[in-house]
Design a protein around this ligand. Structure first.
Ligand code: ASP
Length: 310
């Protein structure tokens, strides 16, 4: 099939293997485009996309906007901090007002899990989820898997560890779903307090020991501690950032103790010295900047393939 099976990208849940292949194939072509001297194609000319960000973002927002501009789409940006949401407007009203101005597609980041699904059922336009609370961040998982495939080839049977704050991470859930669909073996690793109960039901292994996990894996995806989502708990999830870094931070010493190279990933923004040291983040085994580059190509692919369905 040459078309996506979905009309919206609300999550990785619901995508098929064929959808992933279509997205990766289109992203490969768009990556070639963005490396040319003239980085633009007319694919989405006369197409208007609204980026609605109800929560802060730097790289995802820039990446979507660049992807839209490289496809020649018209772009409008909205951020909740200076909008009528502050005056009490509902999400549906805000979005319907924007659509009344003849917008063809919406990219949305929202602090509430499920917000893009809710909207997708209410309005007649394609929605792309750019992160909904602690739930999903599908384009991040797609760009992560795409970056790994470019480095390692087929991911079937590859051992991939996702390390850190799994409990509050939308990147973790989307990555698990995407990597399992591609046949990888996935293990999550972190302190007990940061691993959600029943995560095994997604087909992943669980470990609380980083060194043992590093021995097992071919790839380590080091997630950021989501301090902004941990709230003001009376009993914190871990004693201190320093202790977290000792137990779960990736440093050169840990990598030297392995008798094999592993690929290091991070979705950004990095807390240098907490989940990874600078030495590791900037090492030859890190693909962190390739992930950022591939983010634009993947978002071009998703925008293009969804636009083709309208
Ligand atoms: N940028 C990613 C997200 O929006 C990861 C992170 O913030 O740690 O979820």
């Amino acid at each position: 099939m040459n078309h996506l099976s979905v009309n919206n990208l609300t999550g990785i849940r619901g995508l098929t293997e064929n959808d992933l292949e279509l997205i990766f194939q289109a992203a490969t072509e768009f990556k070639e485009v963005i490396n040319r001297p003239i980085k633009k194609v007319p694919s989405l000319r006369d197409f208007t996309v609204a980026n609605l960000f109800f929560e802060n973002s730097t790289r995802t927002r820039l990446s979507f906007e660049l992807a839209q501009k490289r496809l020649s789409a018209d772009v409008v940006n909205f951020s909740a901090s200076n909008s009528s949401v502050r005056k009490g407007e509902t999400l549906t009203d805000t979005v319907n007002n924007i659509l009344a101005m003849k917008v063809d597609m919406v990219v949305m980041r929202h602090p509430h899990p499920g917000a893009p699904h809710f909207l997708a059922n209410k309005i007649d336009t394609s929605i792309i989820n750019a992160g909904d609370g602690t739930h999903e961040h599908p384009t991040q998982a797609l760009l992560d898997a795409f970056s790994l495939r470019q480095k390692l080839g087929d991911l079937a049977g590859v051992n991939i560890a996702i390390v850190g704050d799994i409990r509050h991470s939308r990147v973790a859930i989307s990555n698990i779903l995407c990597l399992k669909l591609l046949g990888a073996n996935v293990r999550v690793c972190g302190p007990k307090t940061l691993i959600p109960k029943h995560i095994e039901s997604l087909g992943v292994e669980v470990s609380h020991k980083l060194d043992e996990t590093l021995q097992w894996c071919d790839v380590a995806n080091m997630l950021r501690i989501q301090l902004e989502r941990q709230g003001e708990k009376t009993v914190p999830y871990f004693p201190s950032l320093r202790e977290y870094a000792n137990e779960y931070g990736l440093n050169a010493r840990r990598l030297e103790n392995l008798n094999k190279p592993i690929t290091i990933m991070h979705p950004g923004p990095i807390n240098r010295g907490v989940e990874v040291t600078s030495e590791v983040a900037d090492s030859e085994h890190s693909i962190i900047l390739q992930q950022v580059e591939n983010g634009v190509a993947i978002r071009m692919a998703v925008l293009y393939l969804l636009a083709m369905k309208r």
